[in-house]
Design a binder for this molecule. Structure first.
Ligand code: GLC
Length: 421
């Protein structure tokens, strides 16, 4: 080793060990996601963690309005082996890719004898989503699934039941829209922008028909005709005047805003939306929000798309022990319960769905646990960002009518075949 290298190595070691030796605080920095991940709820949790762990301070960074933007951002930071972020939230679709890239610190050795016990407490889908190649690569933080949100007051007014199929939803929406005579009332708001959520927009009707995107071995089994039918089903909502023509621009947050403003009878959205619709100061629909399982295609079954967020420890963190401590705290039952009570955020622990205080705050959790447990997973793949890109841009292009559904699906099939080869 050259002298210069030796000096810089010594400086590096000193700079990472001295503060602790001098009794200075270890400063951690975490990435807590965008508004949909509710980083607003995190500071008081971190204050509690800091009180219980003197000598560790935690700084929060937020950003990235949508999941794929956050994936891109973290990809840039971690791809550069940047050590400035110690821990980060990651979408349930990301552990496989992040682990394959070597960006996640495996937690097995840190958990030690606690490993089996720690994992067995979570809903099984999340325990397995975070176990990649036999290693624990992240820990579950929040659960999620897509639900049907509806205006209770309007369905009551017209004495209409919550629809069980998408065709029934169209009919119901048209009746209410005609009755209300308001050009502003959209029948159904859903996500057609080329965001991560549009992967689920693509998959919902396809899964509802009983079709699979991959087999058990992870081989591609795309049924193109079924996928075309799925996209045509969504376009039909636009043609019927139920969904607005700009659906190919609509992101998750837009659906929240449209519904909050009283401009949508039905909405397809994730669990976090409930609290926003019920509690945001600017919500015009407080007390009028119903939540139900998703409709199915005719003759099919109701299927949801599983979502949720995990905490991972960066492989490049210079404070692994402290960061693991923090991540274990953030993924513990007490935090999951607090998020459920304060933010209506779906818990990753099964028993919290039955907790009386939680149910008082969010009565729909009584059936939400089952929806989460039976929801389907987007494909697990080391090249997930490309899988996602193919599905969401193809879906959005079809909804924008810049290509036909047949062209969109042929395009998706071609791109997926190259990834899954
Ligand atoms: C929600 C889900 C996440 C999903 C995202 C898509 O945040 O929890 O899994 O990918 O929405 O918009």
């Amino acid at each position: 080793m050259s002298l210069r290298k030796q000096i810089s190595m010594t400086l590096l070691v000193l700079s990472t060990t001295l503060p602790a030796a001098w009794g200075a605080d270890v400063q951690l920095r975490i990435f807590a996601g965008g508004a949909n991940q509710r980083p607003d709820l995190i500071r008081s949790l971190l204050d509690d963690f800091e009180r219980k762990n003197p000598g560790i301070k935690v700084q929060v960074e937020t950003g990235g309005a949508t999941s794929e933007l956050q994936r891109q951002y973290l990809g840039t930071v971690l791809g550069a082996r940047d050590s400035s972020i110690d821990a980060f939230v990651l979408d349930v679709v990301n552990p496989a890719q992040f682990a394959a890239a070597g960006w996640l610190e495996p937690l097995d050795a840190h958990l030690g004898a606690d490993k089996a016990n720690t994992l067995s407490r979570y809903l099984p889908a999340y325990a397995s989503a975070n176990s990649i190649g036999g290693k624990v690569v992240a820990l579950p933080y929040t659960a999620d699934a897509l639900f049907l949100y509806y205006r209770k007051d309007l369905l009551d007014k017209y004495k209409l039941p919550v629809p069980k199929t998408w065709a029934e939803l169209t009919e119901t929406a048209r009746k209410v829209q005609q009755g209300e005579k308001s050009a502003n009332l959209q029948g159904l708001s859903f996500q057609g922008a080329p965001i991560e959520g549009a992967v689920c927009t693509f998959l919902l009707p396809y899964w509802s028909e009983g079709k699979e995107l991959t087999d058990r071995e992870g081989r591609l089994t795309l049924d193109q005709a079924a996928a075309v039918r799925g996209l045509k089903g969504w376009l039909n909502q636009v043609d019927q005047g139920v969904t607005r023509r700009n659906v190919a621009e609509i992101k998750t947050g837009d659906t929240v805003n449209e519904f909050k403003a009283g401009q949508a009878l039905f909405a397809l959205n994730w669990g976090f939306a409930w609290d926003r619709l019920q509690s945001d100061a600017d919500s015009a629909v407080k007390g009028k929000v119903g939540v139900a399982v998703l409709p199915s295609v005719a003759g099919g079954k109701s299927v949801s798309c599983i979502g949720g967020w995990q905490w991972g420890v960066s492989a490049f963190s210079r404070h692994k022990a402290e960061t693991v401590k923090l991540v274990r705290y953030l993924t513990d039952k007490q935090v999951s319960r607090t998020l459920a009570v304060e933010g209506g955020i779906l818990p990753v622990f099964p028993e919290i769905y039955k907790d009386p205080e939680v149910l008082r705050k969010a009565p729909w959790f009584s059936f939400a646990g089952e929806v989460v447990e039976t929801a389907r997973a987007r494909p697990v793949h080391a090249r997930y960002s490309e899988v996602s890109d193919a599905l969401r841009t193809g879906t959005s292009a079809a909804l924008a009518r810049s290509v036909t559904p047949e062209q969109a699906v042929a395009d998706i099939a071609g791109r997926l075949r190259r990834i899954f080869r």
